[in-house]
Design a protein around this ligand. Structure first.
Ligand code: ADP
Length: 389
């Protein structure tokens, strides 16, 4: 026999073969505002569990036909969040404790105390709501994660496509540009014939513009190669002092007309580094070109290298215009150039530091700047020390 009552906040199935006890319990729960399904037999309970929605089951552990444990098993299978509460006499408390160990929410010894059962049901419903909310949050987190993962994949593919496109374009642009540069030089050298001053001025402009464009294209090509993972590092042990000395000779013709000095201070007994020599040279050259560019005539430049923990720290220092704190991260981004009279005057692509950062990071190192605006800058990067086996 099924006794249904008014609609409420939760549906509770009560299974009790003793009519008086069942009527009392159903009455207490109805008065508390729940929808109650009162059942006499275990088999009826199994059927109700299969066919109707329920939140809580309160069942006698010993029923004449199907036992409370079977009801618990089926209820958990159909609705894992449902709370099943066992009722038992003193004689079968142990069985009720076992049932709790197998997933029952709680047990009561009969006769049931109305206040106690109402509190337990309120707690069980709160617990259920928390479980459901938790599940909802986990679901929504998993959905967001999936979306994020897909967006990331798309971004990676787009970056790859962009890098490949840039690499291809740069390569295609370089060939005609080299022709323009080559023929401008040939004309300036007057190989095909004499040129007048006006023509020389025009040709110098063509050559200057061509060289600037070639620098930009080379930088873009470098960066796109790095970004698409096509930059191979040829790693070996070498001494920094050789690279630095060679760079000093390269820089001298640029520094001398501007009356700039370049000091070198290498820590005594500085170990070798394990890196790609040509790439390290490229990083140092980028930093030194910037230092001379952003330091007024007569300025002082310096290269320092010292061991720092398990790495080698290399610094390029100048007493030039410096960088404001808010720009010190930004300048490592692609195409970032900070406005200053020197930037206008000396040109540049805004890619040098982005390339330097990629190269250093590919070596597992770090690059950063310390600077006092108006006083000068100190660009630092780290490299792995030589392998000793
Ligand atoms: P580029 O030098 O071609 O403009 P970089 O990526 O090498 O591009 O540098 C980005 C910007 O960082 C420069 O335009 C300049 O504003 C700033 N910067 C770089 N090095 C220095 C330096 N030594 N002193 C002051 N500013 C610098």
């Amino acid at each position: 026999m099924i006794e249904r009552t008014k609609s409420a906040t939760a549906t509770i199935v009560v299974v009790e073969d003793e009519m008086g006890a069942r009527a009392t319990l159903c009455g207490i729960l109805e008065d508390a505002g729940y929808e109650v399904i009162g059942l006499e037999r275990g088999s009826e309970a199994l059927e109700a569990i299969r066919s109707s929605a329920f939140d809580i089951i309160i069942t006698d552990i010993r029923l004449p036909d199907v036992g409370g444990r079977e009801i618990l098993e089926l209820a958990k299978e159909i609705n894992p969040d449902a709370a099943v509460i066992m009722m038992t006499g003193y004689a079968s408390v142990e069985t009720a404790v076992d049932a709790v160990n197998q997933g029952a929410y709680a047990y009561f010894v009969k006769p049931v105390d109305p206040d106690e059962i109402k509190t337990t049901i309120a707690n069980a419903l709160r617990h259920q709501r928390l479980l459901q909310e938790n599940k909802r949050l986990v679901d929504s987190l998993q959905r967001s994660n999936k979306l994020l993962f897909e967006a990331n994949e798309e971004l990676m593919q787009a970056t790859q496509a962009k890098s490949e496109f840039l690499a291809h374009m740069s390569h295609e642009l370089r060939t005609p540009l080299n022709v323009i540069i080559g023929f401008s030089e040939l004309l300036l050298d007057e190989v095909p014939g004499k040129i007048n001053e006006e023509q020389r001025r025009c040709l110098n402009d063509v050559l200057g513009g061509g060289n600037n464009l070639l620098n930009l294209i080379n930088d873009i090509l470098d960066l796109s190669k790095i970004e698409s993972g096509k930059m191979e590092l040829s790693l070996r042990n070498f001494s920094l002092s050789g690279v630095i000395e060679a760079l000093r000779s390269v820089m001298l013709p640029i520094l001398t007309p501007r009356d700039q000095s370049l000091d070198v201070e290498l820590e005594e007994g500085l170990p070798q580094v394990y890196a790609d020599k040509a790439k390290v040279r490229q990083v140092l050259l980028n930093l030194l070109s910037n230092s001379t560019k952003f330091t007024p005539d007569g300025g002082r430049l310096k290269i320092e290298a010292a061991r720092e923990d398990e790495r080698c720290r290399v610094s390029v220092i100048d007493n030039g215009i410096g960088i404001k704190p808010e720009n010190q991260e930004k300048i490592f981004e692609e195409f970032c150039q900070i406005e200053s009279p020197l930037t206008e005057e000396k040109g540049g692509t805004g890619l040098g530091l982005a390339i330097a950062r990629q190269i250093v990071e590919r070596h597992g190192g770090r690059i950063w700047v310390d600077s006092d605006y108006g006083q000068g800058s100190r660009f630092n990067f780290t490299l792995p020390l030589a392998k000793t086996d």
